[in-house]
Design a protein around this ligand. Structure first.
Ligand SMILES: NC(=O)c1ccc[n+]([C@@H]2O[C@H](COP(=O)([O-])OP(=O)(O)OC[C@H]3O[C@@H](n4cnc5c(N)ncnc54)[C@H](OP(=O)(O)O)[C@@H]3O)[C@@H](O)[C@H]2O)c1
Length: 277
């Protein structure tokens, strides 16, 4: 695509940010739709997120994604927040609504959309266990309760963080116990256990042999594409999937905020797989 005086700018801000895959996903989507915009990664040091919001206002950016360490700190710089961003205390997407700069969080809706896409299921009335209680777990738990899950049990190493996740998720969320795994329809790994290039890359967050035969295992990790948990779940005969769809669908929701167009999600999934693969 030719960059001209009409070309709009979108970006991800973070520190560090050069590892981000978001430029590949969004630029593939812009190209697919012939939308005249370009998406770049901008290294923005801790404490400088407010300047990114000012830049969006001054330079008419389309919008931007927000990653660590700015997800909480940028809240005070936005004119307003969506209910989801307010409840989670974290922003991963900034978009314009008239003169207003709005902070949103698309991680949870991206997770639910990814599960429904990958497994052709509805979350409605499901018994879900979320392992972990960090930012991704909170977002997923809140979206699961909003999508109508019957029970969302959160199991975490530290109890205080689990309690905070339950407060953010609301609805059917509660403190979970390992025994909840035996009646789970869907189990989510929202810890980094199994992540590549870490000290715990060969660890699993729970034993999939205790799950019912119909259970689905969703690992939020996408590097590697096949974690030890996913491999064990497949040996056990369970349906299992990595975090690529969540990555693509949370980006797709941002794309739709900025462009008002339906995002070409399969293109974005393909772009993510190509980068990781
Ligand atoms: N697919 C996607 O688009 C996507 C998006 C975001 C995140 N993720 C993935 O989701 C995972 C969590 O990310 P996050 O941002 O939520 O991280 P986070 O805020 O740091 O939370 C990490 C969670 O994992 C738990 N944990 C960490 N190390 C552990 C260990 N050794 N044993 C047991 N529990 C442990 C923590 O427990 P404590 O509370 O006790 O510390 C915490 O609940 C990561 O693997 C990340 O890559 C994927």
């Amino acid at each position: 695509m030719t960059i001209s005086a009409q070309t709009r700018l979108a970006a991800v801000i973070g520190w560090p940010v050069r590892h981000s895959m978001s430029p590949e996903l969004h630029n593939a989507a812009f190209a697919e739709l012939g939308f005249d915009a370009v998406y770049v990664a901008l290294p923005v040091p801790e404490g400088a997120a407010a300047q990114a919001v000012q830049a969006m206002r001054a330079f008419d950016w389309l919008g931007f994604s927000v990653t660590m360490p700015h997800k909480a700190m940028i809240i005070d710089s936005c004119d307003d927040l969506t209910d989801t961003a307010r409840a989670l205390g974290a922003v991963n997407c900034v978009f314009r609504d008239g003169d207003q700069i709005i902070g949103d969080n698309t991680d949870g809706s991206g997770f639910v959309a990814g599960v429904e896409h990958d497994f052709s299921v509805s979350i409605d009335a499901m018994n879900v266990v979320v392992v972990g209680a960090g930012g991704a777990a909170r977002a997923a738990a809140r979206a699961l309760t909003q999508a109508g899950a019957g029970d969302v049990a959160i199991i975490n190493r530290s109890a205080d963080r689990a309690a905070k996740a339950i407060a953010a998720a609301g609805g059917a969320a509660r403190i979970g116990h390992r025994s909840d795994l035996g009646s789970a329809d869907l189990v989510v790994n929202a810890t980094p256990l199994g992540m590549g290039d870490t000290a715990y890359s060969s660890s699993v967050p729970f034993d999939p042999s205790v799950l019912p035969d119909h259970a689905i295992v969703a690992d939020l990790i996408y590097h590697p594409l096949e974690t030890p948990l996913l491999a064990e779940a497949r040996v056990r005969g369970l349906r299992a999937q990595n975090g690529v769809s969540m990555l693509a669908f949370q980006a797709a929701a941002q794309f739709e905020r900025w462009t008002g167009r339906d995002a070409p999600v399969e293109t974005m999934i393909g772009a993510a797989r190509a980068v990781i693969g």
